[in-house]
Design a protein around this ligand. Structure first.
Ligand code: NZQ
Ligand code: ZN
Length: 390
């Protein structure tokens, strides 16, 4: 078991009706003026934004609003938010939405006190030491940004989608009302299920020994998400299923299921290049690439994949290699059953050797970076995984 730091400062307000408490939560943070940041039409259509505005007004806090965040959030919107927030003297940003809105809010928060262009932070050219604080009202269980230290932003001018991780961007509070996720289209629910599973799998597929407690937490979380994912798709207004998924989404990416392990994250990095190039949904991109990654790397430690097969996917124990492969197949079958693609073609991406070369070049930052820890991947390995996924 590796030494680890576990830091999870986000206050969670979980359950039915909690969104109506958002004004009080902002007041508790000492907020004087808030920027309410949201995506397309879903939060307005459901009446959520009206409820939030009423709660903020009742707390006596002035606000300005900025909508229009798109999935795979763009830097242009973040720059617009930075200008608006500075002009209006905002001292807190409230994200109302899923991972894209929360990540855009974090980008605005980073940008407000920084003199240069906010992309410098995502490009690793500037290390932020302060930011305008962010809170979230979550409407989609998926990315885990409501409790993570990450923000992922698309620079549409450069064709890049890069993330950065700093503890200062962790949300001060996260409001999680499972009922807010009832309106999700089935495809988004399924994408969320994949992303939540993957945040724990990226940490679980480790070569680090002696992680028994973290393993049991991770296996329990994954089994719960597999079960409740099926239920939520069959019965979108099943409160219990939505609630388990929502809480799992946060715990899967706040660090808990990685304590003492060494994370891999290659599948995520390979996917980010797909969503940068093709603007696909992150969870669907992960489903399309994971099986190929798994088949490419499992021989490094088949017993770890066999443990996953038996303890998570319910496969019969047997010889490690066969059991490992059975587990990979079982998860791909699950992805298919919930309507997720397990190849790039099924994802709707037509790629040939030229695109594979570009994807691998970008994922390896022109051959200067390796990816992953379960098996360290070089540029040629990355190209082979994209080829296998095709
Ligand atoms: O824009 P609206 O109209 O709100 O529609 C959204 C959007 O089209 C819709 N939606 C959200 N809540 C809804 C709803 N529709 C109906 N009812 C609701 N309650 O869902 C669509 C997708 O939203 P988005 O925020 O893009 O999804 P998600 O939460 O999956 O976030 C994906 C982004 O997060 C990044 C991904 O790369 C991607 O850019 N990630 C962020 C991470 C982090 N910061 O820690 C970690 C992840 O690994 C991931 O990379
Ligand atoms: Zn993810």
């Amino acid at each position: 078991m590796k030494n680890f730091e576990y830091y999870t400062p986000t206050k969670v307000a979980f359950g039915r009706g909690e969104a109506d408490r958002v004004g009080a939560l902002l007041a508790e943070q000492g907020c004087h003026k808030v920027l309410i940041h949201y995506g397309g039409e879903s939060a307005r259509r459901s009446g959520l934004l009206d409820r939030i505005e009423a709660s903020v007004k009742a707390a006596g806090i002035p606000f300005v609003s900025l909508g229009g965040v798109v999935p795979n959030p763009r830097i242009a919107k973040a720059r617009e938010g930075i200008d608006l927030a500075r002009r209006e003297g905002v001292d807190f940003i409230l994200a109302v939405g899923g991972g894209s809105v929360i990540d855009s809010a974090k980008a605005i928060g980073y940008g407000i006190p920084y003199d240069g262009d906010v992309w410098d932070i995502y490009a690793g050219r500037h290390v932020p030491v302060q930011m305008c604080p962010v809170g979230a009202v979550l409407t989609l269980s998926a990315a885990g940004s409501e409790m993570s230290n990450s923000s992922v932003l698309t620079n549409e001018e450069l064709g890049l989608k890069w993330g950065c991780n700093y503890d200062i961007c962790r949300c001060r509070f996260a409001v999680m009302d499972p009922e807010l996720t009832y309106t999700l289209p089935p495809y988004q629910t399924a994408c969320g299920v994949v992303d939540i599973l993957m945040h724990t799998m990226e940490r679980y597929f480790t070569r680090e020994p002696d992680t028994a407690l973290t393993d049991r937490l991770a296996e329990g979380l994954m089994r719960t998400v597999l079960d409740c994912g099926r239920t939520a798709l069959a019965q979108p207004e099943d409160y219990n299923a939505r609630a388990q998924i929502m809480w799992a989404g946060s715990l899967s990416h706040n660090g808990l299921t990685g304590c003492g392990t060494v994370g891999d994250w290659a599948s995520h990095k390979l996917e980010h290049e797909l969503s940068a190039m093709f603007d696909v949904a992150h969870g669907a991109g992960l489903a399309a690439i994971w099986g190929s990654w798994a088949r490419y790397v499992y021989r490094e430690a088949p017993e770890r994949f066999a443990q996953f097969a038996v303890n998570v996917m319910g496969c019969a124990p047997g010889a490690p290699e066969q059991t490992a492969l059975a587990g990979i197949e079982a998860l791909e079958n699950y992805f298919r059953a919930i309507g997720m693609p397990v190849s790039l073609q099924a994802l709707g991406c037509t790629i040939g050797e030229a695109e594979i070369a570009i994807l691998a070049d970008k994922a390896s930052r022109q051959g200067t970076l390796t990816l992953g820890n379960f098996k360290v991947l070089r540029q040629a390995d990355m190209a082979e995984i994209y080829r296998m996924a095709n």
